[in-house]
Design a protein around this ligand. Structure first.
Ligand code: FRU
Length: 485
């Protein structure tokens, strides 16, 4: 089937119910489908949106194109949770149904204001000549989950191109602010544009945020500002970033900087750190973070990247979201840890004692290992019995290096961007790994969240072997994980 423009932007009501049911069954029944991560009900998902706390529960939405594995007419699908682990699907929430979002209800954020959830997002509108007009839209969600009163707040000012999207709504010092990904017209470089309002209706542009002296490439998507241990942390996705500014391997990185303070009125992140990768793996993008009312900072990410294809495209669905992680800061770097409720998914706890760690796992598990210092070896996951195919973690606790290697998996993913991702470790030190596998996604938390490596991998689902390639001094535990949806 060819994905013509007409087809991608066909209104949802013009698709027939049988097609949608078939697509839903394809996604649900796929052997690669995730069971304890948020995943597409059908078609393609990308950015998490509107991650927030409202009416006593956590909420998250995702960008969805329900009719195939392509970036077509986007909407928001809504989930809520009491513990950030068990999610209830509340279905389509922001539909592309007005002029402002006629070609997609693009990414945005949410914040509880006066007993309602205020949503701020980018309405992607195209004229008949296919000229894009990015409208920043406000809308309100009631406690019954209905989204109403969509209003255009403003569009791109003259000095910004059509690339102007992904507003995050922030309340600070008695004002509302929005930070928005933007490309300037003069040089076509990427920026984070700041706007201010007192009533969520009248908005004024304050200017581009200064958070680095380096050039950020041609566009910044999905900027997020949160406070972690009272420090401002900016998480964002620069596109076309020169690798001399910050090292990365993925097609587009998801990066962060930490400041000592932020002066939004004067567009200044004070004393910014250097840019760092938010995740050290293959597939994290468009991470969204927010501060819950108790001050804790949580993040959730799209596990997938723009402009790549994935093996499940053949099955008409693509991508998933990461688990929710709690953020803290240590030695000037972000630490990401699983939320405690992840433990409520544990079943069948097994203590690991065999020094070669030979066992068969299910397809959804958590594996915790403490590997002693001064050892070099390979941990194979999802391996075939003869160990020909596997997802490999190579560790060197002598010199201090860990590598996630998907070169021996059955199916290839984005090999143009390499098949390994590595992080440095302190040399001659014990290594703790907290590994979450959910069918075709892996999240590896290294040394209590000092680094996380996230990636999709596609092995025969009957490959269940976990093993070291030799005797290793370690201790460990494994649990199966329950299904959440
Ligand atoms: C990032 C992104 C956003 C945009 C959305 C559209 O993945 O391109 O900039 O709002 O996806 O789905």
């Amino acid at each position: 089937m060819e994905w013509t423009r007409e087809k991608r932007y066909l209104p949802y009501k013009d698709w027939d119910a049988d097609t949608l049911l078939h697509l839903q069954a394809q996604a649900a029944n796929s052997q690669y489908q995730m069971h304890y991560h948020l995943r597409p009900i059908s078609g393609l998902i990308n950015d998490p949106n509107g991650f927030s706390y409202f009416n006593g529960e956590y909420h998250v939405f995702y960008q969805s194109y329900p009719f195939g594995p392509v970036h077509g007419l986007k909407s928001w699908v809504h989930f809520k949770s009491k513990d950030l682990v068990h999610w209830q699907n509340l279905g389509l929430a922001v539909e592309p149904d007005c002029k402002a979002d006629s070609h997609g209800a693009y990414s945005g954020s949410a914040k509880e204001i006066d007993g309602k959830l205020f949503l701020m997002y980018t309405g992607n509108h195209r004229t008949e000549d296919w000229e894009r007009i990015p409208y920043q839209v406000g809308a309100w969600m009631d406690q019954d989950g209905k989204v109403k009163d969509k209003t255009i707040l403003f569009r791109n000012p003259d000095h910004i191109t059509e690339h102007f999207r992904d507003p995050q709504i922030i309340e600070r010092n008695g004002h509302y602010y929005a930070i928005i990904g933007a490309q300037d017209k003069e040089n076509q470089h990427g920026h984070i544009d700041i706007w201010r309002s007192n009533d969520l209706k009248n908005w004024e542009e304050l200017g581009f945020l200064h958070f680095s002296d380096d050039d950020m490439g041609y566009m910044i998507e999905c900027p997020n500002l949160i406070f972690v241990d009272e420090k401002p942390v900016l998480i964002f996705c620069p596109q076309g970033l020169d690798k001399s500014v910050a090292d990365y391997d993925n097609i587009y990185p998801n990066m962060y900087v930490i400041g000592d303070d932020i002066d939004l009125d004067n567009c200044e992140l004070i004393n910014p750190s250097k840019l760092r990768n938010f995740d050290e793996g293959f597939d994290v993008y468009a991470s969204q973070a927010f501060n819950a009312p108790d001050g804790r900072a949580y993040s959730i990410s799209w596990v997938g990247l723009p402009d790549l294809t994935y093996p499940t495209d053949k099955e008409n669905w693509a991508n998933c979201l990461s688990q929710v992680k709690e953020l803290s800061i240590k030695d000037g770097k972000l630490i990401q840890t699983p939320v405690t409720a992840m433990e409520s998914l544990h079943i069948n706890e097994k203590e690991l004692t065999n020094s070669k760690l030979e066992l068969d796992s299910s397809n959804q598990y958590e594996l915790k290992l403490n590997i002693k210092a001064e050892q070099i070896g390979n941990l194979r996951l999802a391996a075939s019995n003869e160990l020909k195919h596997s997802l490999l973690i190579n560790f060197d606790t002598k010199n201090g290096k860990l590598t996630l290697d998907r070169s021996n998996c059955d199916l290839e993913v984005a090999t143009d961007y390499g098949t390994t991702r590595s992080v440095k470790l302190a040399p001659n030190s014990d290594l703790s790994l907290d590994i979450f596998v959910d069918h075709s996604v892996i999240e590896v938390f290294v040394n209590n969240g000092e680094a996380v490596l996230t990636g999709r991998f596609f092995n025969n689902p009957n490959n269940h072997r976990i093993s070291f390639d030799k005797e290793i001094k370690y201790s460990g535990k494994i649990w199966d994980m329950q299904t959440i949806l």
